[in-house]
Write a protein that binds this ligand. Structure first.
Ligand code: ATP
Length: 575
């Protein structure tokens, strides 16, 4: 990504806060200005002392400058910190808003842990850009220019020496900054990587333990943490190189100014008080130079963070649109016409001209060997991915012409591994249809035979089900997922392997449920166990990315070899 794009984004984050930035900046500058006035006031005190005048006025002035400087400076800092939090907040909101709208195909390629670290840790770096970066730099520049002007007024020769030092420091810092930016970017990538590795472990915590892989996984996380540390150390190294060079240059300048200035005082070309004030200004330069370096370093961190945030913002997002929600209630028919699809240009073809037609209402089953492309049918219907060729219509309308929100509102989808989200059972049930009434919830609970479970749970519907529903059994999770899909009152219900984890009694009950639901809406079910779909109105047999036969159980047994084979292996036929 070009450097200017990072800057633009940084400025875009700043724009809504420009008033706060201005106020905080002005307050900080006033604070610095009070600081800048101090050597001058010190000179007044010394001159008053020399001339045997009263010291009360100058000392009071000095005290006031200190107090006002500190108070205003603190207020400025507060305003800026507040603004920094505001920037982090809006960056997080934008990023999260973007992330949830990303296409499934994009998220499938990313690592969740890394995404998490971009929202949590990279955005934090933006705060420092504004609080310690921009404003400190402006403040420091102001101090620097102010001090240089004052020095010019006092003595041109000494100023030249000082300017030579400033140029030296400037070139050194210029050399070091790209290294700081690179190391900072690498440090953030390493933190993201650590998040990704940790996430991997936590997602499969039991598998990690059961595989005795704790030590190996600890070592992997360790490696990522070590990388983050090394990159952080590299940033620290280059920052301190910049800092120490600035400090040493200032000391050099001090010695030179003291020597040359001393000689000029001896020759009568300069007053002692001017030399002292000049030296004080020189000391005053050290702090703003340090601040400047700090500011530029923070800026590099911020630019690296912006780059990582921008990477996500540049990914293609979905156009959700629609959202009328009034998508009707009548069962919807589905037509696949010569659909060709692959998950990526470098991936094998999954659908190689799939065609089938499902009339509205009733139950259709998709069967076929593993990897035949059955789940992919659902993926395409939900438009998580788009087919490369062919047409898919729902209700006679090309799904590409449906607003996404409306399309998905018409579908109920139960994924293969029936995910349950952390939260209460009720939250999970009404997840796809918030605002569902109590009566509907209980009707669906009874349909999906979940009433017993609710009665058994200590807090009924309000019981927490744990991260990914770990406190429920596999079968319960599936029924919760089905109940959730049913509560959406879908016009087309997509059940992926929905019955595979149910015991015989529950499976039979669920068959009754699905049959009942099929009376009200269109049900498309993917099943490995043919026993669950023998009563389907039609069965679509898929193999190798194509539809090889369509018919009822009886018809397929008579006509299709593959189906007969599947039935035979599942003891549905006498062999
Ligand atoms: P199963 O019965 O085992 O679930 P299936 O018939 O449902 O199989 P699909 O899940 O549709 O098969 O997968 C078809 C092919 O697409 C498989 O070879 C799989 O490796 C591939 N595939 C599935 N999902 C993705 C994805 N997100 N990215 C890349 N390839 C994928």
């Amino acid at each position: 990504m070009p450097e200017t794009a990072s800057w633009h984004l940084l400025l875009a984050y700043m724009r809504p806060h420009r008033r706060a930035l201005l106020l905080g900046g002005v307050l900080s500058l006033v604070g610095s200005f009070a600081g800048l006035a101090m050597p001058l006031l010190a000179k007044v005190v010394i001159d008053a002392f020399d001339d045997h005048r009263s010291l009360v006025g100058p000392v009071l002035g000095l005290t006031a400058a200190v107090l006002v400087g500190a108070g205003v400076g603190a207020a400025g800092r507060y305003v800026l910190e507040r603004m920094g939090e505001g920037v982090v907040f809006s960056a997080r909101r934008r990023l999260v808003g973007r992330m949830l709208r990303l296409r499934v195909s994009e998220v499938d390629r990313l690592k969740p842990g890394d995404l998490l670290s971009r929202v949590t840790s990279d955005t934090t770096l933006l705060r420092a850009v504004f609080t310690e970066g921009v404003v400190e730099m402006v403040g420091a520049l102001f101090m620097l220019v102010g001090a240089v002007v004052m020095m010019a007024i006092m003595d041109g020769v000494l100023l030249l020496i000082t300017l030579a030092v400033l140029i030296l420091v400037g070139s050194l810092v210029g050399l070091v900054m790209p290294r700081i930016r690179r190391a900072s970017m690498q440090a953030q990538v390493a933190v993201g990587e650590m998040g990704a590795v940790l996430d991997r472990v936590l997602q499969a915590f039991r598998t990690v333990k059961a595989s005795g892989a704790e030590e190996r996984e600890i070592a992997t996380v360790d490696e990522a943490a070590r990388e983050a540390r090394d990159r952080g150390v590299a940033v620290a190294w280059w920052t301190s190189i910049a800092g120490i060079s600035a400090w040493m240059a200032a000391q050099l300048a001090f010695v030179a100014v003291l020597g040359v200035g001393g000689a000029r005082v001896a020759s009568g070309a300069l007053e002692v008080s001017s030399l002292i004030a000049f030296l004080l200004y020189l000391f005053y330069l050290v702090a703003p130079i340090g601040q400047l370096i700090q500011g530029v370093t923070q800026m590099q961190n911020g630019l690296a963070a912006v780059r990582r945030i921008r990477e996500i913002e540049e990914l293609p997002a979905e156009e959700i649109g629609g959202g009328i929600r009034e998508v009707g209630a009548a069962p919807a028919g589905v037509i696949f016409e010569n659909v060709v699809f692959r998950y990526g240009d470098d991936r094998p073809v999954v659908h190689d001209g799939v065609s089938f037609e499902i009339p509205a209402g009733g139950m259709t089953a998709l069967v076929g060997p593993s990897g035949a492309g059955k789940s992919t049918v659902f993926t395409l219907l939900e438009r998580f991915y788009e087919q490369q060729a062919g047409t898919i219509t729902i209700d006679g309308r090309d799904i590409r012409r449906w607003p996404l929100a409306d399309l998905r509102a018409a579908l109920g989808y139960v994924e293969q591994d029936a995910p349950v989200l952390d939260g209460t059972l009720r939250e999970n049930l009404v997840f796809a249809a918030p605002g569902t009434g109590e009566d509907d919830i209980w009707r669906v609970l009874s349909l999906t035979r979940l009433e017993d479970l609710v009665a058994r749970l200590p807090e009924g519907l309000e019981t927490q089900v744990g991260h990914r529903g770990v406190m429920l059994s596999g079968g319960e999770r599936q029924r919760v997922a089905i109940a959730r899909a049913l509560l959406r009152s879908p016009r087309l219900l997509l059940l992926d392997e929905a019955t595979s984890q149910l015991d015989a009694v529950n499976e039979m009950r669920l068959r009754e449920v699905v049959a009942e639901v099929a009376g009200e809406t269109t049900v498309l079910v993917i099943a490995h166990r043919l026993s669950t779909v023998t009563n389907a109105d039609r069965i679509v047999v898929m193999e190798g990315g194509r539809v090889r036969a369509v018919g009822t159980h009886g018809e397929l047994l008579a006509d299709d070899d593959l189906y007969r084979e599947l039935a035979a292996t599942q003891f549905l036929l006498p062999t």
